[in-house]
Ligand binder design. Structure first.
Ligand SMILES: [Mn+2]
Length: 293
């Protein structure tokens, strides 16, 4: 029998954790030999707190990937990862213009990847699992404020919460936790993701702040940390996103070695649904200019 390993993205967030956790449960009930693994050595405190709130201990899944090349991989909540075996399936909600030709590929607009999985296989899930899916939809969309929110997922979450008496308001508040910025260096890398966009090496992170105007000094210090970071790690750009979670606006700092460019968004802007596609478009033009000049 084939063995499958489910992987979320590096530096897993709540959606990656919940998606992997429920997909493992669903596949096991359907007779698959499957294991959800988190190969990262560190899971952020925030993501441990959020998982604990819905009864999941993500540290139980932390282990190294086995080296057996016959193991098949399933990616959830992302579509790129180097693995020591064949990737046979991807379930994701991050738009991409990359050609993906795995045997099974599902990528659609959704509040969270766990919503895609949970809505399709609700009958395999316990009440706690359904609550976990509802929370991850809230976390991934900043309590449904992000532009990646879909009406159908929002309505599904609301109906599940009322049907099963989940505390919708408490879950919303929990999902919107401000980023802890007591340690500026680690806060600057909150939710770190790495992207390869038209051969540009990009990293990104985000902050949730109730009032970013009161943290201007800290933000400037974090930006200078990130300038050092891209020098050390040899990135072309760092996309640092500051979300105002009171007024639901976002600021993108495009940090390069010798320049900082700022872009304001008049909404809570999703990294995967808006910012990365915007950068993809921008860098495509940049590349064209470079080759035609
Ligand atoms: Mn997600």
């Amino acid at each position: 029998m084939d063995k499958y390993i489910i992987l979320g993205h590096e530096n897993p967030d709540n959606d990656s954790i919940v998606s992997g956790y429920i997909l493992e449960k669903i596949m096991k009930q359907r007779g698959y030999d499957v294991e959800f693994i988190i190969p990262d050595e560190v899971i952020s405190d925030e993501n441990i707190m959020l998982a604990t709130y819905i009864g999941i201990d993500p540290t139980l899944f932390q282990k190294q990937l086995p080296e057996d090349p016959s193991i098949k991989y399933i990616l959830v909540d992302h579509h790129e990862r180097t693995v020591p075996g064949e990737i046979v399936a991807i379930i994701d909600h991050h738009p991409t213009d990359k050609d993906i030709n795995t045997k099974y590929y599902q990528n659609e607009r959704a509040c969270s990847t766990s919503c895609i999985i949970g809505k399709a296989f609700t009958r395999y899930l316990s009440l706690d699992d359904i609550k976990a899916v509802c929370l991850s939809a809230m976390v991934d969309t900043a309590a449904f404020h992000s532009n990646k929110t879909t009406v159908s997922d929002y309505l599904w979450v609301k109906s599940m919460c009322s049907k099963f008496n989940f505390n919708y308001e408490e879950m919303l508040t929990t999902s919107m936790c401000p980023t802890d910025i007591t340690n500026l260096q680690s806060a600057a890398l909150n939710g770190l993701k790495k992207h390869n966009i038209h051969n540009h090496k990009i990293a990104s992170s985000f902050l949730h702040l109730p009032n970013p105007n009161e943290n201007k000094e800290e933000i400037m210090k974090m930006i200078s940390h990130l300038q050092e970071y891209i020098e050390e790690e040899q990135y072309d750009m760092f996309a640092f996103i500051v979300h105002d979670i009171t007024n639901f606006k976002s600021t993108l700092y495009k940090i390069r070695k010798d320049s900082i460019e700022t872009k304001e968004y008049d909404e809570y802007t999703s990294r995967g649904t808006r910012i990365i596609p915007d950068l993809t478009e921008e860098l495509k033009t940049y590349q064209k200019k470079k080759t035609t000049s």
